[in-house]
Design a protein around this ligand. Structure first.
Ligand code: VG1
Ligand code: CO
Length: 544
Protein backbone atom coordinates (compact mmCIF):
# COMPACT_ATOMS: atom_id res chain seq x y z
CA UNK A 1 0.00 0.00 0.00
CA UNK A 2 1.34 3.41 -0.95
CA UNK A 3 0.12 7.00 -0.82
CA UNK A 4 0.25 8.52 -4.26
CA UNK A 5 0.23 12.14 -5.35
CA UNK A 6 -1.41 12.38 -8.76
CA UNK A 7 -1.16 15.41 -11.00
CA UNK A 8 -4.41 16.89 -12.23
CA UNK A 9 -5.81 19.94 -14.01
CA UNK A 10 -8.57 22.09 -12.51
CA UNK A 11 -12.19 22.26 -13.62
CA UNK A 12 -13.78 25.69 -13.57
CA UNK A 13 -17.30 24.66 -12.59
CA UNK A 14 -16.90 23.18 -9.11
CA UNK A 15 -18.85 25.88 -7.33
CA UNK A 16 -20.98 24.47 -4.49
CA UNK A 17 -24.65 25.55 -4.72
CA UNK A 18 -27.43 25.77 -2.15
CA UNK A 19 -26.46 22.35 -0.83
CA UNK A 20 -23.21 20.87 -2.11
CA UNK A 21 -21.89 20.41 -5.63
CA UNK A 22 -24.53 18.85 -7.88
CA UNK A 23 -23.78 17.89 -11.44
CA UNK A 24 -24.90 15.39 -14.00
CA UNK A 25 -23.34 11.94 -13.49
CA UNK A 26 -21.72 12.49 -16.90
CA UNK A 27 -19.94 15.55 -15.53
CA UNK A 28 -18.91 13.81 -12.33
CA UNK A 29 -17.52 10.83 -14.24
CA UNK A 30 -14.95 12.95 -16.09
CA UNK A 31 -11.36 12.13 -15.28
CA UNK A 32 -10.40 13.26 -11.76
CA UNK A 33 -13.62 15.27 -11.31
CA UNK A 34 -14.47 13.65 -7.96
CA UNK A 35 -10.80 13.59 -6.93
CA UNK A 36 -10.30 17.30 -7.67
CA UNK A 37 -13.37 18.30 -5.71
CA UNK A 38 -12.56 16.14 -2.70
CA UNK A 39 -8.99 17.39 -2.63
CA UNK A 40 -10.28 20.98 -2.84
CA UNK A 41 -12.43 20.24 0.21
CA UNK A 42 -9.59 18.66 2.18
CA UNK A 43 -7.25 21.51 1.22
CA UNK A 44 -9.77 23.99 2.62
CA UNK A 45 -9.89 22.30 6.05
CA UNK A 46 -7.36 22.53 8.86
CA UNK A 47 -6.18 20.29 11.68
CA UNK A 48 -7.96 17.09 10.79
CA UNK A 49 -4.91 14.81 10.97
CA UNK A 50 -5.82 11.63 12.81
CA UNK A 51 -9.45 12.67 13.20
CA UNK A 52 -12.68 10.98 12.10
CA UNK A 53 -14.68 11.58 8.93
CA UNK A 54 -18.23 10.25 8.46
CA UNK A 55 -19.11 9.18 4.92
CA UNK A 56 -22.40 7.99 3.45
CA UNK A 57 -24.85 8.66 0.71
CA UNK A 58 -28.35 8.07 -0.57
CA UNK A 59 -27.41 5.04 -2.65
CA UNK A 60 -27.86 6.77 -5.98
CA UNK A 61 -25.96 5.83 -9.12
CA UNK A 62 -22.21 6.54 -8.87
CA UNK A 63 -22.22 6.39 -5.04
CA UNK A 64 -20.35 3.10 -5.10
CA UNK A 65 -17.55 4.56 -7.22
CA UNK A 66 -17.24 7.90 -5.43
CA UNK A 67 -17.35 6.41 -1.94
CA UNK A 68 -14.30 4.20 -2.50
CA UNK A 69 -12.43 7.18 -3.90
CA UNK A 70 -13.44 9.28 -0.89
CA UNK A 71 -12.21 6.64 1.56
CA UNK A 72 -8.85 6.26 -0.21
CA UNK A 73 -8.39 10.02 -0.36
CA UNK A 74 -9.36 10.49 3.31
CA UNK A 75 -6.66 7.97 4.19
CA UNK A 76 -4.06 9.64 1.98
CA UNK A 77 -4.88 13.08 3.37
CA UNK A 78 -4.34 11.95 6.95
CA UNK A 79 -7.71 11.23 8.52
CA UNK A 80 -7.35 8.64 11.28
CA UNK A 81 -10.71 6.99 10.82
CA UNK A 82 -13.70 6.89 8.52
CA UNK A 83 -17.15 5.86 9.76
CA UNK A 84 -19.27 4.72 6.85
CA UNK A 85 -22.84 3.41 6.64
CA UNK A 86 -23.27 -0.19 5.53
CA UNK A 87 -23.49 -0.41 1.72
CA UNK A 88 -22.42 3.25 1.75
CA UNK A 89 -25.86 4.33 2.92
CA UNK A 90 -26.61 7.23 5.26
CA UNK A 91 -29.47 9.68 5.17
CA UNK A 92 -28.44 13.32 5.46
CA UNK A 93 -29.94 13.72 8.96
CA UNK A 94 -28.39 10.42 10.10
CA UNK A 95 -24.98 11.56 8.82
CA UNK A 96 -25.43 14.81 10.71
CA UNK A 97 -26.27 12.88 13.87
CA UNK A 98 -23.29 10.54 13.51
CA UNK A 99 -20.87 13.45 13.12
CA UNK A 100 -22.20 14.91 16.37
CA UNK A 101 -22.58 11.64 18.23
CA UNK A 102 -19.08 10.36 17.48
CA UNK A 103 -17.55 13.86 17.66
CA UNK A 104 -16.17 13.47 14.16
CA UNK A 105 -14.26 16.24 12.44
CA UNK A 106 -16.83 16.37 9.64
CA UNK A 107 -18.56 14.30 7.03
CA UNK A 108 -19.20 13.79 3.34
CA UNK A 109 -22.75 13.20 2.12
CA UNK A 110 -22.84 11.73 -1.37
CA UNK A 111 -26.19 12.82 -2.73
CA UNK A 112 -27.92 15.22 -5.07
CA UNK A 113 -30.93 15.05 -2.74
CA UNK A 114 -34.22 15.72 -4.54
CA UNK A 115 -32.58 15.78 -7.99
CA UNK A 116 -33.23 12.77 -10.25
CA UNK A 117 -30.67 9.94 -10.24
CA UNK A 118 -29.40 7.20 -12.52
CA UNK A 119 -26.73 7.33 -15.25
CA UNK A 120 -28.50 10.27 -16.92
CA UNK A 121 -29.39 11.94 -13.64
CA UNK A 122 -27.47 13.89 -11.05
CA UNK A 123 -24.82 13.14 -8.47
CA UNK A 124 -23.64 15.35 -5.63
CA UNK A 125 -21.12 15.76 -2.84
CA UNK A 126 -21.67 17.86 0.23
CA UNK A 127 -19.24 18.54 3.07
CA UNK A 128 -20.56 18.91 6.63
CA UNK A 129 -18.60 20.41 9.49
CA UNK A 130 -18.12 19.20 13.06
CA UNK A 131 -21.47 20.52 14.31
CA UNK A 132 -23.08 18.13 11.80
CA UNK A 133 -24.34 20.90 9.53
CA UNK A 134 -23.57 21.89 5.94
CA UNK A 135 -20.34 23.81 5.53
CA UNK A 136 -20.93 27.56 5.80
CA UNK A 137 -20.17 29.89 2.89
CA UNK A 138 -16.74 30.69 4.28
CA UNK A 139 -15.74 27.09 3.57
CA UNK A 140 -17.70 26.56 0.35
CA UNK A 141 -16.15 29.74 -1.09
CA UNK A 142 -12.69 28.47 -0.16
CA UNK A 143 -13.40 25.08 -1.77
CA UNK A 144 -14.44 26.73 -5.02
CA UNK A 145 -11.35 28.95 -5.05
CA UNK A 146 -9.12 25.96 -4.38
CA UNK A 147 -10.81 23.84 -7.06
CA UNK A 148 -9.82 26.42 -9.70
CA UNK A 149 -6.11 26.11 -9.03
CA UNK A 150 -5.70 22.53 -7.90
CA UNK A 151 -2.67 20.73 -9.35
CA UNK A 152 -2.62 17.38 -7.61
CA UNK A 153 -4.51 15.12 -5.26
CA UNK A 154 -3.52 12.45 -2.77
CA UNK A 155 -4.90 8.96 -2.83
CA UNK A 156 -4.02 5.68 -1.13
CA UNK A 157 -3.38 2.76 -3.39
CA UNK A 158 -5.41 0.10 -1.58
CA UNK A 159 -8.19 -2.34 -2.33
CA UNK A 160 -11.89 -1.46 -2.02
CA UNK A 161 -13.45 -1.46 1.43
CA UNK A 162 -16.10 -4.19 1.77
CA UNK A 163 -19.06 -1.95 2.45
CA UNK A 164 -21.40 -4.86 3.10
CA UNK A 165 -19.40 -6.11 6.08
CA UNK A 166 -20.09 -4.46 9.44
CA UNK A 167 -17.09 -3.81 11.65
CA UNK A 168 -13.53 -2.56 11.41
CA UNK A 169 -11.36 -2.70 8.29
CA UNK A 170 -8.29 -0.86 7.15
CA UNK A 171 -7.73 1.32 4.11
CA UNK A 172 -4.44 3.00 3.33
CA UNK A 173 -3.37 2.70 6.96
CA UNK A 174 -6.60 4.31 8.19
CA UNK A 175 -9.34 2.62 10.24
CA UNK A 176 -12.65 2.21 8.42
CA UNK A 177 -15.66 1.29 10.52
CA UNK A 178 -18.73 0.10 8.64
CA UNK A 179 -21.80 0.69 10.81
CA UNK A 180 -25.54 0.04 10.72
CA UNK A 181 -26.84 3.26 9.13
CA UNK A 182 -30.10 3.21 11.10
CA UNK A 183 -29.38 2.20 14.72
CA UNK A 184 -27.94 5.43 16.19
CA UNK A 185 -30.50 7.56 14.39
CA UNK A 186 -33.41 5.40 15.55
CA UNK A 187 -32.14 5.60 19.13
CA UNK A 188 -32.04 9.40 18.86
CA UNK A 189 -35.64 9.51 17.63
CA UNK A 190 -36.69 7.40 20.60
CA UNK A 191 -35.33 10.04 22.98
CA UNK A 192 -37.32 12.81 21.30
CA UNK A 193 -40.74 11.30 20.80
CA UNK A 194 -43.34 9.45 22.82
CA UNK A 195 -42.92 6.08 21.14
CA UNK A 196 -45.43 4.30 23.46
CA UNK A 197 -48.12 6.85 22.56
CA UNK A 198 -47.43 6.48 18.83
CA UNK A 199 -47.39 2.70 19.20
CA UNK A 200 -50.81 2.92 20.90
CA UNK A 201 -52.03 5.12 18.05
CA UNK A 202 -51.16 2.45 15.47
CA UNK A 203 -52.46 -0.33 17.71
CA UNK A 204 -55.75 1.55 17.88
CA UNK A 205 -56.18 1.30 14.11
CA UNK A 206 -54.65 4.58 12.89
CA UNK A 207 -53.48 4.01 9.32
CA UNK A 208 -50.62 5.53 7.43
CA UNK A 209 -48.68 5.25 4.21
CA UNK A 210 -45.05 6.34 3.92
CA UNK A 211 -43.49 6.62 0.47
CA UNK A 212 -39.70 6.32 0.65
CA UNK A 213 -39.52 6.86 -3.15
CA UNK A 214 -36.86 4.13 -3.49
CA UNK A 215 -34.48 6.54 -1.83
CA UNK A 216 -32.57 6.54 1.44
CA UNK A 217 -35.42 6.75 3.98
CA UNK A 218 -36.70 3.24 3.26
CA UNK A 219 -34.46 1.38 5.75
CA UNK A 220 -35.06 4.05 8.42
CA UNK A 221 -38.82 4.07 7.94
CA UNK A 222 -39.08 0.27 7.92
CA UNK A 223 -37.07 0.03 11.14
CA UNK A 224 -38.80 2.85 13.01
CA UNK A 225 -42.40 2.92 11.75
CA UNK A 226 -42.97 -0.78 11.16
CA UNK A 227 -40.31 -2.08 13.56
CA UNK A 228 -40.31 0.06 16.68
CA UNK A 229 -43.74 1.65 16.36
CA UNK A 230 -45.72 -1.37 15.22
CA UNK A 231 -47.27 0.09 12.08
CA UNK A 232 -48.41 -2.82 9.89
CA UNK A 233 -45.90 -4.17 7.36
CA UNK A 234 -46.76 -2.47 4.07
CA UNK A 235 -47.08 0.96 5.71
CA UNK A 236 -43.77 1.85 4.06
CA UNK A 237 -43.86 1.67 0.27
CA UNK A 238 -40.98 1.91 -2.21
CA UNK A 239 -38.74 1.19 0.76
CA UNK A 240 -35.74 -0.27 -1.05
CA UNK A 241 -33.10 2.29 -2.07
CA UNK A 242 -32.33 1.89 -5.79
CA UNK A 243 -29.54 3.57 -7.80
CA UNK A 244 -32.07 5.16 -10.14
CA UNK A 245 -34.86 5.56 -7.55
CA UNK A 246 -36.90 3.09 -9.59
CA UNK A 247 -37.02 5.62 -12.42
CA UNK A 248 -38.88 8.10 -10.21
CA UNK A 249 -37.97 11.61 -9.15
CA UNK A 250 -37.33 11.56 -5.38
CA UNK A 251 -38.86 14.94 -4.68
CA UNK A 252 -41.79 14.58 -2.27
CA UNK A 253 -44.23 17.11 -3.65
CA UNK A 254 -47.72 17.01 -5.06
CA UNK A 255 -46.44 16.35 -8.56
CA UNK A 256 -44.27 13.31 -7.80
CA UNK A 257 -46.54 12.06 -4.98
CA UNK A 258 -49.79 12.69 -6.82
CA UNK A 259 -51.02 9.11 -6.36
CA UNK A 260 -50.58 9.34 -2.63
CA UNK A 261 -52.36 12.68 -2.54
CA UNK A 262 -55.28 11.25 -4.50
CA UNK A 263 -55.47 8.27 -2.14
CA UNK A 264 -55.55 10.51 0.92
CA UNK A 265 -58.45 12.45 -0.57
CA UNK A 266 -60.66 9.33 -0.70
CA UNK A 267 -62.72 7.87 2.17
CA UNK A 268 -60.92 4.51 1.80
CA UNK A 269 -57.50 6.14 2.05
CA UNK A 270 -55.36 6.01 5.20
CA UNK A 271 -55.49 8.63 7.96
CA UNK A 272 -52.03 9.93 7.22
CA UNK A 273 -49.58 10.02 4.32
CA UNK A 274 -45.96 11.08 4.25
CA UNK A 275 -42.92 10.90 2.00
CA UNK A 276 -39.27 11.87 1.98
CA UNK A 277 -36.71 12.79 -0.66
CA UNK A 278 -33.51 11.29 -2.09
CA UNK A 279 -31.33 11.90 0.96
CA UNK A 280 -34.07 11.80 3.60
CA UNK A 281 -34.09 15.39 4.78
CA UNK A 282 -37.39 16.54 3.28
CA UNK A 283 -40.93 15.63 4.28
CA UNK A 284 -44.35 15.69 2.70
CA UNK A 285 -47.31 15.61 5.07
CA UNK A 286 -50.86 14.83 3.95
CA UNK A 287 -53.72 14.06 6.29
CA UNK A 288 -57.00 12.59 5.18
CA UNK A 289 -58.55 15.33 3.04
CA UNK A 290 -55.88 17.78 4.11
CA UNK A 291 -52.55 18.57 2.45
CA UNK A 292 -50.33 20.52 4.82
CA UNK A 293 -48.08 23.05 3.11
CA UNK A 294 -44.50 22.87 4.38
CA UNK A 295 -44.75 26.46 5.64
CA UNK A 296 -47.88 25.61 7.64
CA UNK A 297 -46.24 22.43 8.84
CA UNK A 298 -43.34 24.44 10.26
CA UNK A 299 -45.77 26.70 12.13
CA UNK A 300 -47.84 23.77 13.37
CA UNK A 301 -44.86 21.77 14.55
CA UNK A 302 -43.46 24.79 16.37
CA UNK A 303 -46.82 25.51 18.03
CA UNK A 304 -47.23 21.88 19.17
CA UNK A 305 -43.64 20.76 19.76
CA UNK A 306 -44.08 20.85 23.56
CA UNK A 307 -46.33 17.79 23.22
CA UNK A 308 -43.26 15.69 22.38
CA UNK A 309 -40.92 14.70 25.25
CA UNK A 310 -37.85 16.12 23.51
CA UNK A 311 -39.36 19.61 23.48
CA UNK A 312 -41.54 19.54 26.58
CA UNK A 313 -39.72 22.51 28.04
CA UNK A 314 -40.78 24.63 25.06
CA UNK A 315 -38.72 25.97 22.18
CA UNK A 316 -36.20 28.79 22.28
CA UNK A 317 -37.00 30.27 18.89
CA UNK A 318 -37.89 29.56 15.28
CA UNK A 319 -35.98 30.25 12.07
CA UNK A 320 -37.31 30.05 8.54
CA UNK A 321 -35.79 30.68 5.15
CA UNK A 322 -36.81 33.97 3.60
CA UNK A 323 -39.18 32.53 0.95
CA UNK A 324 -40.99 30.41 3.57
CA UNK A 325 -44.37 31.85 4.56
CA UNK A 326 -44.75 33.97 7.66
CA UNK A 327 -47.10 31.45 9.32
CA UNK A 328 -44.36 30.50 11.79
CA UNK A 329 -43.78 34.18 12.65
CA UNK A 330 -47.26 34.34 14.14
CA UNK A 331 -46.53 31.35 16.33
CA UNK A 332 -43.25 32.88 17.53
CA UNK A 333 -45.03 36.12 18.29
CA UNK A 334 -47.67 34.37 20.37
CA UNK A 335 -45.11 32.26 22.21
CA UNK A 336 -42.96 35.34 22.79
CA UNK A 337 -39.85 33.67 21.35
CA UNK A 338 -37.21 34.70 18.81
CA UNK A 339 -37.97 34.52 15.10
CA UNK A 340 -35.25 34.61 12.43
CA UNK A 341 -35.42 34.94 8.65
CA UNK A 342 -32.43 33.45 6.82
CA UNK A 343 -31.43 32.86 3.19
CA UNK A 344 -32.45 29.63 1.46
CA UNK A 345 -30.41 26.58 2.45
CA UNK A 346 -29.90 24.79 5.76
CA UNK A 347 -26.35 26.05 6.21
CA UNK A 348 -27.72 29.38 7.43
CA UNK A 349 -29.50 27.80 10.41
CA UNK A 350 -26.36 26.25 11.90
CA UNK A 351 -25.11 29.26 13.87
CA UNK A 352 -28.54 30.02 15.34
CA UNK A 353 -28.97 26.40 16.41
CA UNK A 354 -25.45 26.16 17.85
CA UNK A 355 -26.03 29.35 19.83
CA UNK A 356 -29.28 28.00 21.26
CA UNK A 357 -31.22 30.91 19.80
CA UNK A 358 -33.64 28.69 17.89
CA UNK A 359 -34.92 25.14 18.35
CA UNK A 360 -36.99 24.57 15.23
CA UNK A 361 -36.17 25.59 11.65
CA UNK A 362 -37.91 25.16 8.34
CA UNK A 363 -38.06 25.89 4.66
CA UNK A 364 -40.97 26.07 2.27
CA UNK A 365 -39.29 23.36 0.19
CA UNK A 366 -40.53 20.60 2.52
CA UNK A 367 -37.70 20.90 5.00
CA UNK A 368 -38.19 21.00 8.76
CA UNK A 369 -35.85 20.11 11.56
CA UNK A 370 -34.65 20.98 15.02
CA UNK A 371 -31.59 21.25 17.21
CA UNK A 372 -31.35 17.43 17.45
CA UNK A 373 -29.13 17.52 14.33
CA UNK A 374 -27.90 20.28 12.02
CA UNK A 375 -29.80 19.28 8.90
CA UNK A 376 -33.45 19.17 8.03
CA UNK A 377 -34.91 15.81 8.85
CA UNK A 378 -37.76 14.14 6.97
CA UNK A 379 -38.57 11.29 9.35
CA UNK A 380 -38.21 13.56 12.37
CA UNK A 381 -41.01 15.75 10.98
CA UNK A 382 -43.18 12.70 10.33
CA UNK A 383 -42.60 11.40 13.87
CA UNK A 384 -43.34 14.77 15.42
CA UNK A 385 -46.59 14.89 13.49
CA UNK A 386 -47.47 11.39 14.71
CA UNK A 387 -46.60 12.40 18.28
CA UNK A 388 -48.86 15.45 18.02
CA UNK A 389 -51.72 13.42 16.53
CA UNK A 390 -51.33 10.78 19.26
CA UNK A 391 -51.28 13.42 21.95
CA UNK A 392 -54.11 15.65 20.70
CA UNK A 393 -56.23 12.72 19.52
CA UNK A 394 -57.38 14.76 16.54
CA UNK A 395 -57.09 14.38 12.78
CA UNK A 396 -54.57 16.36 10.74
CA UNK A 397 -57.48 18.31 9.26
CA UNK A 398 -58.81 19.29 12.70
CA UNK A 399 -55.37 20.30 13.91
CA UNK A 400 -54.77 22.46 10.83
CA UNK A 401 -58.18 24.14 11.04
CA UNK A 402 -57.78 24.95 14.70
CA UNK A 403 -54.37 26.41 13.92
CA UNK A 404 -55.82 28.73 11.28
CA UNK A 405 -58.68 29.69 13.58
CA UNK A 406 -56.08 30.78 16.13
CA UNK A 407 -53.37 32.35 13.98
CA UNK A 408 -55.03 33.03 10.63
CA UNK A 409 -54.01 31.37 7.38
CA UNK A 410 -51.09 32.21 5.11
CA UNK A 411 -52.11 31.07 1.63
CA UNK A 412 -48.92 30.05 -0.08
CA UNK A 413 -47.67 28.63 -3.37
CA UNK A 414 -44.40 28.24 -5.25
CA UNK A 415 -44.19 28.27 -9.04
CA UNK A 416 -41.03 26.78 -10.54
CA UNK A 417 -39.92 27.50 -14.09
CA UNK A 418 -37.29 24.86 -14.75
CA UNK A 419 -34.56 24.66 -17.37
CA UNK A 420 -34.98 28.25 -18.47
CA UNK A 421 -32.17 29.73 -20.54
CA UNK A 422 -29.69 31.03 -17.94
CA UNK A 423 -29.12 34.32 -19.79
CA UNK A 424 -32.83 35.08 -19.90
CA UNK A 425 -33.35 34.11 -16.26
CA UNK A 426 -30.45 36.22 -15.01
CA UNK A 427 -31.54 39.24 -17.03
CA UNK A 428 -35.09 38.90 -15.74
CA UNK A 429 -33.89 38.95 -12.13
CA UNK A 430 -31.48 41.84 -12.82
CA UNK A 431 -34.18 43.92 -14.47
CA UNK A 432 -36.63 43.32 -11.65
CA UNK A 433 -33.96 44.18 -9.09
CA UNK A 434 -33.36 47.48 -10.87
CA UNK A 435 -37.06 48.33 -10.59
CA UNK A 436 -37.32 47.68 -6.87
CA UNK A 437 -36.48 51.13 -5.45
CA UNK A 438 -39.28 52.68 -7.50
CA UNK A 439 -41.91 50.22 -6.31
CA UNK A 440 -42.11 51.19 -2.66
CA UNK A 441 -45.35 53.04 -1.91
CA UNK A 442 -46.94 52.15 -5.25
CA UNK A 443 -50.48 50.80 -5.38
CA UNK A 444 -51.59 47.86 -7.49
CA UNK A 445 -55.26 46.99 -7.87
CA UNK A 446 -57.60 47.93 -5.03
CA UNK A 447 -55.72 46.72 -2.03
CA UNK A 448 -52.07 46.07 -2.77
CA UNK A 449 -49.63 48.72 -1.62
CA UNK A 450 -45.90 47.96 -1.69
CA UNK A 451 -44.41 48.29 1.79
CA UNK A 452 -40.86 47.21 0.90
CA UNK A 453 -38.99 45.89 -2.13
CA UNK A 454 -35.42 44.66 -1.92
CA UNK A 455 -32.93 41.92 -2.69
CA UNK A 456 -32.62 40.10 0.61
CA UNK A 457 -29.35 40.54 2.51
CA UNK A 458 -28.77 38.41 5.57
CA UNK A 459 -26.68 39.56 8.49
CA UNK A 460 -25.82 36.55 10.60
CA UNK A 461 -26.39 37.68 14.21
CA UNK A 462 -23.90 35.14 15.56
CA UNK A 463 -20.79 35.45 13.39
CA UNK A 464 -21.52 38.81 11.81
CA UNK A 465 -21.15 37.53 8.24
CA UNK A 466 -23.23 39.03 5.45
CA UNK A 467 -24.87 37.21 2.54
CA UNK A 468 -26.23 39.47 -0.16
CA UNK A 469 -28.47 38.91 -3.21
CA UNK A 470 -30.46 36.10 -1.60
CA UNK A 471 -33.68 36.72 -3.49
CA UNK A 472 -36.02 39.52 -4.45
CA UNK A 473 -38.84 40.29 -2.04
CA UNK A 474 -41.74 42.59 -2.65
CA UNK A 475 -43.85 42.95 0.47
CA UNK A 476 -47.25 44.60 0.69
CA UNK A 477 -48.90 46.44 3.56
CA UNK A 478 -51.48 43.67 4.08
CA UNK A 479 -48.80 41.01 4.64
CA UNK A 480 -48.85 39.66 1.06
CA UNK A 481 -45.49 38.90 -0.55
CA UNK A 482 -43.96 38.14 -3.91
CA UNK A 483 -40.51 36.50 -3.81
CA UNK A 484 -38.38 35.58 -6.80
CA UNK A 485 -35.02 33.84 -6.81
CA UNK A 486 -32.86 31.56 -8.88
CA UNK A 487 -32.41 27.99 -7.73
CA UNK A 488 -28.95 26.94 -6.57
CA UNK A 489 -29.50 23.19 -6.90
CA UNK A 490 -30.49 22.71 -10.54
CA UNK A 491 -28.01 21.25 -13.01
CA UNK A 492 -29.46 22.29 -16.37
CA UNK A 493 -30.02 25.91 -17.39
CA UNK A 494 -31.65 28.03 -14.69
CA UNK A 495 -34.67 27.41 -12.51
CA UNK A 496 -36.71 30.45 -11.52
CA UNK A 497 -38.67 30.10 -8.31
CA UNK A 498 -41.60 32.43 -7.74
CA UNK A 499 -43.09 32.34 -4.24
CA UNK A 500 -46.45 33.92 -3.43
CA UNK A 501 -48.15 34.46 -0.14
CA UNK A 502 -51.08 36.32 1.36
CA UNK A 503 -52.70 36.38 4.74
CA UNK A 504 -56.26 35.78 5.94
CA UNK A 505 -56.92 36.70 9.54
CA UNK A 506 -58.11 34.19 12.14
CA UNK A 507 -61.75 35.08 11.47
CA UNK A 508 -61.22 35.19 7.67
CA UNK A 509 -61.91 32.72 4.84
CA UNK A 510 -59.82 29.61 5.25
CA UNK A 511 -61.39 27.40 2.59
CA UNK A 512 -60.37 29.07 -0.65
CA UNK A 513 -58.51 27.14 -3.31
CA UNK A 514 -54.87 28.24 -3.01
CA UNK A 515 -54.20 29.22 -6.64
CA UNK A 516 -57.38 31.31 -6.83
CA UNK A 517 -56.70 32.90 -3.44
CA UNK A 518 -53.36 34.05 -4.87
CA UNK A 519 -54.48 34.80 -8.44
CA UNK A 520 -54.10 38.57 -8.30
CA UNK A 521 -50.59 38.29 -6.82
CA UNK A 522 -49.62 35.74 -9.46
CA UNK A 523 -50.76 38.17 -12.17
CA UNK A 524 -48.93 41.04 -10.57
CA UNK A 525 -45.71 39.04 -10.31
CA UNK A 526 -45.94 38.32 -14.01
CA UNK A 527 -46.68 41.92 -14.82
CA UNK A 528 -43.69 43.19 -12.80
CA UNK A 529 -41.18 40.60 -14.01
CA UNK A 530 -42.40 39.79 -17.52
CA UNK A 531 -41.90 36.15 -16.61
CA UNK A 532 -44.21 34.50 -19.12
CA UNK A 533 -43.30 36.68 -22.03
CA UNK A 534 -39.54 36.54 -21.43
CA UNK A 535 -39.35 32.80 -20.78
CA UNK A 536 -41.95 31.93 -23.40
CA UNK A 537 -43.65 29.72 -20.80
CA UNK A 538 -47.36 29.94 -20.24
CA UNK A 539 -47.34 27.70 -17.17
CA UNK A 540 -44.83 26.87 -14.45
CA UNK A 541 -43.07 23.49 -14.74
CA UNK A 542 -44.07 22.62 -11.17
CA UNK A 543 -46.57 24.18 -8.78
CA UNK A 544 -46.22 23.35 -5.11
C1 VG1 B 1 -33.69 23.96 -2.88
C2 VG1 B 1 -34.71 24.51 -1.88
C3 VG1 B 1 -34.02 24.87 -0.58
C4 VG1 B 1 -33.28 23.63 -0.05
C5 VG1 B 1 -32.34 23.09 -1.12
C6 VG1 B 1 -31.69 21.80 -0.69
O1 VG1 B 1 -32.73 24.94 -3.15
O2 VG1 B 1 -35.37 25.63 -2.40
O3 VG1 B 1 -34.97 25.33 0.34
O4 VG1 B 1 -32.54 23.98 1.09
O5 VG1 B 1 -33.06 22.84 -2.31
O6 VG1 B 1 -32.64 20.84 -0.41
P1 VG1 B 1 -32.77 25.87 -4.48
O7 VG1 B 1 -31.54 26.70 -4.41
O8 VG1 B 1 -32.86 24.95 -5.66
O9 VG1 B 1 -34.04 26.68 -4.36
V1 VG1 B 1 -32.26 19.23 -0.64
O10 VG1 B 1 -33.39 18.32 0.11
O11 VG1 B 1 -32.32 19.09 -2.34
O12 VG1 B 1 -30.70 19.09 -0.10
CO1 CO C 1 -32.73 16.50 0.42
Amino acid sequence: MTIQTINTTPYDDQKPGTSGLRKRVKVYSQENYVENYLQAIFDSLEDFQGKTLVIGGDGRFYNDVAIQTAIRMAAANGFGKVIVGQEGLLSTPAASHLIRHYKAFGGLVLSASHNPGGPDGDFGIKYNIGNGGPAPEKITDAVFARSKVIESYKIANDRDVELGRLGIQNSGGMIVEVIDPVADYAALMETLFDFPAIRALFAGGFTMTFDAMHAITGPYAHAILEGKLGAPVGTVVNGKPLPDFGGGHPDPNLVYCKDMFDLLMTPEGPDFGAASDGDGDRNLIIGKNRFVTPSDSLALLAANAHLAPGYKGGIAGIARSMPTSAAADRVAEKLGIEMHETPTGWKFFGNLLDAGRVTICGEESAGTGSNHVREKDGLWAVLLWLNIIASRKQSVDQIVREHWATYGRNYYTRHDYEEVDAGIANKLVDDLRAKLPGLVGQNFGDDLQVAYADDFTYHDPIDGSTSAKQGIRIGFTDGSRIVLRLSGTGTVGATLRLYLENYEAADGRHDLETQSALASLIDLADQLSGLKQRTGRQEPSVIT
